[in-house]
Design a protein around this ligand. Sequence first.
Ligand code: NAD
Ligand code: UDP
Length: 368
Amino acid sequence: MPRIALLGCGGFIGSHFLDAFLTDPSWTIEGWDWTPAKIKQHLGHPAFTFHPGDLYTFPGLEDALAKADVVISLAAICNPSQYNVRGVDVIESNFIQPRLIADMCARRGKWLIQFSTSEVYGQTLSHWTGGGEAPASLYELDEETSPLLLGPVSAQRWSYACAKQLLERYVAALHREQGLAYTIIRPFNFLGTRMDFLPGRQGVALPREVEGLPRVLACFTGALLDRSPLTLVDGGHVRRTFLAVEEAVEALRLMLERPGMAKNKIFNLGHPGNEITIRGMAEMMREVAADVTGDESYLELPLVDVPALEFYGEGYADSDRRMPRIDKAANLLGWTPRRGLRGILRVVLEDAFQTHASRPIATVSLQE
Ligand code: NAD
Ligand code: UDP
């Protein structure tokens, strides 16, 4: 029975991976995470062993990984509000620590599936000064040929992208020099239930400098639940593409079923058909909230522009437009994303309103 080691199994992607794979009796999974808060429904499943706490201090981690057929490395700090204020921790958790996992996999002859990020492509269009619509080559991003354009060191936002890029280069070098079998995945903004956290709604409300802010989906979801304004950083003009997390997990399944097609390659995973500005996404989320609740007043919630400096603090920078080329995943794995953005948001907001709408906002704060 194939055995998977899943590092960071209790996070957003890990929890959806468990949903999909624990229904299939052909896999067994050993997982590590700080917390099982999002995967309580799977604890006790006969094919799943869970280890709570810091995976890097787990006694005998290397021996445990050596028993697996494949190691999937998800564990990371991957929250943009932290990149410019906790650079040391971000670099630690996105390069220094996962590098140790790559070394273990190389030593023990294990296939490593390493989660990287679309952010390695960097600023992309920010470099365009030619006027008019930018050439597609600046925002259609291809695993083999697109340059990775990071901003200056003073823009600490790029600490995450830089650490992930170095990790990718390190993994590829371990392959060339020590025969490590690897797959690198660059996610382009996955969406789904259980993404991040809703500030103030899940247990104790930590001070913002400790908890940080979630990614945009949870920020807007929290605002809709609170009936407060949706905040558009620098006007929300940048664009993103969004992929249903379940379709990303399906791509992972195809990789695991066809290792010969997946090994020693880098894959973009995203949905080019779901491109939208952040302002457009805010508008769509208001519409979906009105539809899900039957309450048209959600359409009137204000959209408020906030400067990035005020929202994220010093050192934040953004990427204007990044659209994945996904030919490689289509050709090698037969993978094609199909789910539209509005349908994905509907699933997320139905879940959010069912789970949280009737509950009071947490009032316990460590600041008090
Ligand atoms: P997440 O934060 O929800 O999950 C990461 C999990 O790792 C968390 O549950 C955290 O508790 C755990 N973790 C971190 N350090 C740990 C440690 N030392 N010991 C034990 N557990 C630890 O993030 P996610 O959205 O599921 O992303 C997973 C991976 O995919 C990350 O590497 C991230 O950089 C990458 N990624 C995701 C997206 C996306 O759209 N979700 C986009 C780009 C990159
Ligand atoms: N953003 C926003 N309002 C928010 C949260 C985020 O306008 O409440 C913007 C953010 O500045 C970025 C985009 O939404 O331009 C996507 O941010 P996210 O944190 O989800 O991830 P990213 O794609 O930047 O890694």
